[in-house]
Write a new protein. Structure first.
Length: 366
């Protein structure tokens, strides 16, 4: 899969920019603040309907403008899809092949994009929500059933918490508990199934990156006792029921997939607490390699890979290892030139692109 055309108007610091792309590796090198990350954000947004920088889409509108526009032609399965997003201060419009699409999951269905940015290092070091987000984002992209269960789960969770805080309606609470248990079971089963498959591949990648003698293991840490004999839904419902009083005192739901965690064990020790900076980077790198594989497998073609400012953090061996892993279209940003990139990737020059877009505008006027 690859982006063959990218067009943006009033998107962050890019007033107007148009570029033709091929299914190969590109590099964007330039000083801090030139709009490299914004460029990747535009691709990610055009493909998925979501930004990796903000939950509030109106932030992408260039300062002083009323709206932002980004469009991409994505070639998948040998078909060109037109993806188009307009963001205004109070509304947004998503068009897929010129048809309006209501939600982001329908908009981005089947699109494969894998992003790696420095913030992802928090996957190991940061709060559990970071690790859940990694698994959830991937599963939501891979499985529509998961995506649906996920959205519904959070919707019901919110409603249950409102009942806990403000209402004393036990019947209503029971309705929410049953519904929550139903979605939680789907989420948990899919997460565990996924984890089982991905754990082996992540360990293999880790070893390839770090060398022998370091073993990486992944473990799921559930916030409630998990039974796996098909009674998951009932068991979770019972646990919720038992906790109603405590939950009411706290004003929130104290167990469930929204609180579960994932732990990385390096030679048997919790990586979050004991791993070195380089080891943490390698763990995230291994996770990303696995993600590229899983998405490729699912979609039957390689995803678009966006690597934001990660090369500078790696030594030469790891850089080359990473580049050799990637098939298909990949866009890599860096603040400084580096040998491995110069050799492997073609340059995208943001300054030149801006100039030519401005020239085009002048000509349009005539
Ligand atoms: N909505 C917006 N409108 C106009 N400019 C914006 C908007 N949002 C961010 N910017 C500008 O974009 C610039 C940052 O762009 P970006 O993060 O893409 O830079 P970068 O090239 O990735 O830099 P670095 O090398 O530091 O990562 C900042 O100067 C910021 O002020
Ligand atoms: Mg950046």
């Amino acid at each position: 899969m690859f982006v063959s055309e990218l067009n943006m108007v009033s998107f962050r610091n890019h007033r107007r920019l148009f570029v033709d792309l091929e299914p190969k590796m590109y590099r964007i090198i330039g000083p801090n603040g030139t709009g490299k990350t914004n460029f990747l954000e535009a691709i990610y947004l055009a493909m998925t309907g979501r930004s990796f920088k903000t939950a509030s889409l109106k932030e992408v509108i260039a300062f002083g403008e009323e709206s932002a526009f980004v469009a991409a032609t994505v070639v998948m399965d040998d078909f060109a899809r037109d993806m188009e997003i307009t963001v205004k201060k109070d509304k947004r419009r998503f068009l897929r092949d010129h048809n309006p699409v209501k939600n982001t999951s329908a908009y981005g269905r089947g699109m494969g994009v894998v992003l790696f940015e420095p913030g992802h290092l928090q996957m190991v070091q940061g709060a559990p929500s970071r690790r859940r987000a990694f698994i959830d984002d991937m599963l939501r992209m891979l499985s529509p059933a998961y995506d649906e269960a996920y959205t519904s789960y959070y919707h019901v969770l919110y409603q249950r918490n409102v009942v806990l805080r403000k209402l004393r309606d036990m019947d209503l609470l029971d309705v929410y508990d049953r519904s929550l248990a139903n979605y939680a079971a789907v989420i948990l089963r899919e997460r565990l199934k996924f984890l089982k498959r991905m754990a082996a591949s992540v360990s293999t990648y880790y070893e390839a990156i770090a060398g022998e003698g370091e073993g990486l293991e992944l473990r799921y840490k559930a916030s409630f006792p998990v039974v796996l004999d098909g009674e998951l839904e009932t068991a979770f419902y019972e646990s919720l029921k038992q906790r109603r009083e405590t939950d009411r005192e706290r004003g929130r739901t104290s167990i469930g997939p929204h609180l579960d965690d994932l732990s990385f064990l390096l030679n048997g020790e919790e990586a979050k607490k004991f791993a070195s900076t380089g080891q943490i980077r390698s763990i995230v790198l291994a996770m990303k390699c696995m993600e590229i594989d899983r998405v490729s497998e699912q979609l039957g073609e390689a995803p678009v890979v966006l690597l934001d400012d990660v090369m500078s953090e790696l030594d030469e061996k790891r850089r080359r290892m990473l580049l050799s892993m990637i098939r298909g279209q990949c866009i890599i940003t860096a603040a400084e030139p580096m040998e491995a990139l110069e050799e492997a990737a073609e340059a995208i020059d943001l300054i030149e692109l801006k100039k030519s877009a401005d020239d085009l505008r002048e000509e349009d006027l005539w």
